[in-house]
Design a binder for this molecule. Structure first.
Ligand code: SIN
Ligand code: FE
Length: 295
């Protein structure tokens, strides 16, 4: 596979700019087909007060993502306080709002149903990071979160590389979702009777884990732990240069972030019914393969 098989580029240069109906149609088809929509000429400019935050990744390799919750207006995980924390929160808020405006222009059909979730700033260098195989996002995976069941709702993520110099964010992008799911589904164990209820009751999950969430976690874990698959599965290398914005459904696109630092990310959730073609959603693919309802 080549990068051109897995991406769709659009010449958009403005977060709030008008997008032609043709561009919007191209974007939604590419996105729902499981491509990464890449905007190579859409940088996110930082103010003078914000640029020192870029150094955080260089200084502290272990620092986790800084996360901003638009519902509370709070930042977590930064270690900053006072005026610095305010600048940081304002930066993340501004990125989140820009990403939301962009997505509204690109995917007008999603607007009534799209929900903006957390914003993150990822200052630290990815390569060389120490982690367990299951948590290692340098291994190809689809996103699935143990504590936050989605019941099939889509995960759309927008990223921008704001690294200094020419530090690219290097991804691997894998094969389409369906062949990946076909290969791994037979290996997954079913959700045990009572397991979803018990996990929700114990507060281990936010709401009940559906059969869909269980399978997605199984695909995430089994795929990451299969080193043969990681090395030999069809995949393309994609490099996102500083000044590039890109987005994809990370519950569908097999992705691995190999290296780079200083990126923003905004997560959105979308009900399957709001898609231009709901049949392309992972839950619909898995229900077809499993022959039953999964949420
Ligand atoms: C991931 O979602 O696996 C990480 C993506 C990134 O930080 O570039
Ligand atoms: Fe991921």
């Amino acid at each position: 596979m080549n990068a051109s098989d897995v991406i769709a580029e659009l010449p958009i240069t403005d977060w709030t700019g008008a997008i032609s109906p043709e561009q919007a149609a191209t974007a939604v088809t590419a996105l729902e087909d499981g491509r990464v929509v890449v905007l190579p000429a859409l940088p996110f400019a930082l103010t003078a007060a914000e640029t020192p935050f870029l150094d955080a990744g260089g200084l502290d390799n272990t620092r986790k993502n800084i996360s901003f919750d638009p519902k509370t207006g709070r930042c977590n995980g930064s270690g900053y306080q006072g005026a610095e924390l305010e600048h940081l929160s304002a930066m993340l808020q501004r990125y989140g709002r820009s990403a939301e405006t962009l997505v509204h222009h690109l995917f007008p059909g999603y607007v009534p149903a799209l929900e903006r979730a957390r914003t993150s700033f990822r200052p630290a260098e990815i390569s060389g990071r120490k982690t367990t195989p299951r948590h290692d996002d340098r291994r190809l995976h689809v996103d699935a979160f143990p504590t936050r069941p989605t019941h099939g709702r889509r995960i759309l993520r927008v990223f921008t590389n704001v690294a200094p110099g020419d530090i690219k964010r290097q991804w691997r992008v894998g094969e389409p979702f369906e062949p990946f799911a076909r290969a791994f589904l037979p290996r997954l164990r079913p959700l045990l009777p009572g397991q979803a209820w018990a996990m929700a009751t114990l507060g281990l999950t936010k709401g009940r884990r559906s059969a869909y969430d269980h399978l997605m976690l199984g695909l995430h874990d089994t795929g990451k732990l299969d080193t043969g698959y990681q090395d030999n599965a069809p995949q393309a290398h994609v490099a996102f240069a500083p000044g590039t914005t890109w987005m994809c459904f990370t519950d569908q696109v097999l992705h691995a972030a190999m290296s780079g630092r200083c990126a923003f990310e905004q997560t959105f959730h979308l009900p399957v019914s709001a898609m231009a073609d709901p049949a392309k959603a992972p839950i619909k693919v898995l229900e077809r393969l499993a022959g039953r309802k999964l949420a």
